[in-house]
Design a protein around this ligand. Structure first.
Ligand code: FES
Length: 184
């Protein structure tokens, strides 16, 4: 009698195979959902679907740019964050190329940021060169690399003309993997 009572009291409570199976399925489904939540943003990032719509910045009438003259145009970057402060003031170098396509003058628009580590480069019209003050990077007037540590030429900025005004895509900080030029 004592042995039978001991046997009954040692049985695990609620040892129901159907319940265990149900809990197992809950655990599997929960795991799958959690994995998907973690993986989806990473996959979207890898396939480049996280690009945000980039606003356009108006640089003024196209007639304001003299032929074959490189000019620095500064503006407040609309991609700024509240804590950016003065660093949201950025710029591009604009050159009117003297070529007309479909009735519109054509432009060369270059990011002010050096392709090495991002310092703002300066334009020297006498020598027709861009010089970077940080490590001595040098670029030709068309933005191509002349000498120094930059691994490539200057970053080109997307531009368009709307109602006679030159607009550029607000430049995010370019990298070698994510340049400012749109894929063609
Ligand atoms: S940041 Fe311009 S050469 Fe290094």
């Amino acid at each position: 009698m004592t042995t039978a009572m001991n046997h009954v009291s040692q049985a695990p409570p609620n040892d129901n195979p159907a319940r265990r199976s149900f809990l197992g399925w809950i655990a599997v489904v929960t795991g799958l959902v959690a994995s998907a939540l973690v993986a989806v943003p990473g996959v979207r990032f890898l396939v480049g679907q996280r690009r945000v719509k980039v606003p356009w910045v108006n640089l003024g009438p196209t007639t304001g740019f003299a032929l074959n003259e490189t000019r620095l145009v500064t503006f407040d970057n609309p991609l700024r964050l509240p804590w950016d402060g003065i660093t949201s003031q950025t710029g591009v170098y604009v050159r009117q190329l003297g070529v007309v396509e479909k009735g519109d003058p054509q432009f060369l628009v270059l990011s002010v940021n050096c392709a090495h580590l991002g310092c703002p480069v300066s334009w020297f019209p006498q020598s027709e060169l861009f010089l970077c003050p940080c490590h001595g990077g040098v670029y030709y007037a068309d933005g191509s690399h002349a000498s120094g540590p930059p691994p490539r030429g200057m970053f080109h900025v997307m531009w368009r003309i709307r109602s006679g005004e030159l607009e550029i895509q607000a430049p995010h900080y370019p990298t070698l993997q994510d340049t400012l030029r749109q894929p063609t």
